[in-house]
Design a protein around this ligand. Structure first.
Ligand code: PRP
Ligand code: MG
Length: 181
């Protein structure tokens, strides 16, 4: 019972399904940004896997940068206030920016981040997320690229953690009840 994989009870998306979806998204993004330079911005830490695989699904040049953000206060995200722990190294003035994350839950993180980046006078700012939970959304957020909409249940794997574990799983799924007890 030491393999992390054995804690997954229900696999929602396999490695193969995830890779196929990212290839599809990359193709669509390449077409939409034809003739434009793209800067993809990954949101640490959850987006590491999606960034790595999405970037490698592209057949054209792109640049990559990273941000780390954290919510203020008691560890909850309910305030909607976000603090930048690591800012971009790139000046995005006049750039086409595509924010990449692995999940949109309440939408608070990316809603705040989108307006923060938009205030820096980029040519455009769009969002690409692998997963979104429509039932959990707490504010309207314009997401151009979505892998899958999923029910409002706790999922782990492929960057998604439970108490910092399970990020390294190749599949995405839900945890066995014993993990929580
Ligand atoms: C998670 C996830 C998204 C964000 C989505 O990150 O990776 O970035 O929450 O939640 P929201 O839509 O409710 O704002 P988290 O802040 O837990 O940090 P992590 O990426 O380091 O796991
Ligand atoms: Mg995150």
């Amino acid at each position: 019972a030491s393999d992390v994989e054995s804690d997954l009870v229900n696999i929602l998306f396999t490695e193969e399904q995830i890779q196929a979806k990212l290839a599809e998204l990359a193709k669509q993004i390449e077409a939409d940004y034809d003739g434009k330079d793209i800067l993809i911005v990954g949101i640490l830490r959850g987006a590491v896997m999606v960034m790595a695989d999405l970037a490698r699904a592209f057949h054209r040049h792109l640049e990559m940068d990273w941000m780390a953000v954290s919510s203020y206060g008691s560890g909850t995200k309910s305030s909607g206030v976000v603090r930048i722990l690591k800012d971009l190294d790139t000046d995005i003035t006049g750039r086409h920016v595509l924010i990449v994350d692995e999940i949109i839950d309440t939408g608070l993180t990316l809603s705040w981040l989108t307006s923060n980046l938009a205030s820096r006078n980029p040519a455009s700012v769009e969002i690409c997320t692998l997963l979104r939970k429509p039932e959990a959304l707490r504010m309207p957020i314009d997401v151009k690229y979505v892998g899958w909409d999923i029910p409002n249940e706790f999922v782990v794997g492929y960057g998604l953690d439970y108490q910092e574990r399970y990020r390294n799983l190749r599949d995405i799924g839900t945890l066995a009840p014993h993990v929580y007890s």
